[in-house]
Design a protein around this ligand. Structure first.
Ligand SMILES: [Zn+2]
Length: 94
């Protein structure tokens, strides 16, 4: 167990990100606090976020495209399934 320096809550080590630069080997903030800080940083630095996203996309555009393709295929499938179920309900209800 480890106490978060931000929220002061004692949590399992799995709730902390690993940080090799620290003697403990773990971040001093829990994952929740770390992601909250990240969210704030993104809100305060939109142009840096854009730059990061742009760079990420440039380096991983194949991966991003593949992820998007999978996501949309899955959404299409779910929508088709939902429509089929609605139709069935409609037929059964009629
Ligand atoms: Zn915390």
């Amino acid at each position: 167990m480890k106490t978060c320096s931000k929220c002061g809550v004692e949590k399992e080590l799995s709730e902390f990100d690993r940080d090799k630069s620290r003697s403990s080997g773990f971040d001093h903030r829990c994952k929740v606090c770390a992601s909250e800080k990240n969210r704030k940083w993104r809100a305060e630095n939109p142009e840096k976020v854009r730059e990061q996203d742009r760079k990420y996309y440039a380096e991983n555009h194949e991966k991003v495209r593949e992820q998007n393709r999978k996501y949309y295929a899955q959404q299409r499938e779910l929508t088709a399934m939902g429509q089929a179920m609605d139709l069935q309900e409609y037929l059964e209800g009629a």
